[in-house]
Each structure stands twice: as structure tokens, then as C-alpha cells.
Design a protein around this ligand. Sequence first.
Ligand code: ZN
Length: 142
Amino acid sequence: MSQNRPGLPSPTLSVLTEGYWKAAGEGRLSLQRCGGCGAHRHPPTAACYRCQSLEWKWDDLPGTGTVFTYTWVEHPVHPATVDYVPYNVAVVELDGVEGEPVRLATAILGVDRDSLVVGLPVTVDFDPTGDGVALPVFRATG
Ligand code: ZN
């Protein structure tokens, strides 16, 4: 895995989020899945939103989805993003999810203002930030 956007800071890991970031570092998009009712959820939480079970495991998804919404950032809000403006921040609704839709805040790489549209089919890619973790990002499918 090569860095698509060198210099971006790594996420802060916690007991609940560590599995998500490390799976991404291994090239997998993995979400919490409830051991009681099977619902996926994100961001990670201790209990299921649907049945309140505290049992869960990581579950790999196919890594496809569609753009739910997006915006273009014109002014860098962090020194690490100075070289990347304008860049997009997008919300992707993931395929293969049980329960309520799971929408991920992310970025769509390799698109421009004409090609990034709501409903665009996308496939996950991973942007390593070091220490064995990566940021899940997406590219247009096909
Ligand atoms: Zn549940």
C-alpha cells in the first residue's frame, strides 16, 4: 500500500476503534457487527443501537458503496492538507450492511468536480498513515 496523501496524521486509536483502523491497515474494511442481532454499526460503540447487546465482533464488508453526499474544501483546515486543496469530504453509504444504513465520512480520490456526484458507485481503497493503520478512502468503481 502506498500513501495517496503523504503527511496526513494517523488516527488516534482507542480500545473500540483499534480494530477498525488496523483492519484498514491490512486492506480490509471491517465494521462492528452485533453478536445479538447481527446489525453492523459505525462509528464503534460499546452497545448495539438495535438490541443493546454488548457482544460484537469485527466483520469485513465488500468495500463498495455509493456517494451519499460530499463537499469540496477550498481552504486547508490543517497544515497537513495545504498541498491537497481543493479536496473533497464525502459520506459513503456502504453495501453489505445488516440493519440501519452505515454511512462513512471519507474522501473520494481520483475524481474532480464534474465526476463526483451523489449516487456515484465507489470502491474502497486505503491510505496508510504509518504504524500499521490506514484511512479507508474510496475511488469511483470501474
Ligand atoms: Zn444488536
